[in-house]
Design a protein around this ligand. Structure first.
Ligand SMILES: Nc1ncnc2c1ncn2[C@@H]1O[C@H](COP(=O)(O)OP(=O)(O)OP(=O)(O)O)[C@@H](O)[C@H]1O
Ligand SMILES: [Mg+2]
Length: 143
């Protein structure tokens, strides 16, 4: 097992930083042996988690988003954390198509995260914030 490597980023919940976050994670993740499709999956999952902080966590205010990414050579872990409004019913929030803003959103963010990552855990407390932990393992390759 290689030594664990990691990065930590903090940025305001400004939509301009969603693209930055996804590219930064992809660059770091490139230390592992992904296919282009897998890297694309990681980018989508990061975009969804960070977008949720921008759109939902602080409503129209601006707050801090914390992103931590690490790997041990075979598995990538991504933590996305905010100190925003929190999620009152996590099970409901994770359902495909559930959104608290139906006139604007599709309610697909958590579904994509589950689709593209091996593990997704959501910890949240109302008025305290939300932390999403995602893990993706490098698949065994036959070659
Ligand atoms: N970081 C967060 N802080 C507060 N609420 C959140 C957060 N992330 C998700 N939620 C809540 O969970 C719901 C479902 O999230 P999900 O990403 O699946 O859908 P969405 O963001 O509403 O729509 P889409 O992702 O398709 O644009 C959101 O509508 C919101 O109510
Ligand atoms: Mg979303």
């Amino acid at each position: 097992m290689e030594n664990r490597n990691w990065i930590k980023l903090e940025f305001p919940s400004d939509s301009r930083n969603v693209g930055f976050a996804r590219t930064a994670v992809a660059l770091f993740a490139s230390q592992l042996d992904w296919t282009l499709d897998e890297l694309e999956d990681i980018k989508v999952a990061v975009s969804e988690a960070v977008s949720n902080c921008v759109i939902h966590a602080y409503r129209l205010e601006e707050g801090l988003v914390k992103l931590e990414v690490s790997h041990d050579g075979s598995s990538l872990e991504i933590l996305v954390e905010d100190s925003g409004v929190g999620i009152p019913d996590i099970e409901l929030a994770r359902e495909t198509g559930y959104t608290s803003v139906p006139e604007e959103r599709m309610g697909l963010g958590f579904t994509f995260m589950h689709e593209y990552m091996d593990e997704v855990q959501v910890y949240s407390e109302v008025d305290k914030g939300t932390r999403v932990r995602m893990v993706k393992k490098v698949p065994e390759r036959e070659d």
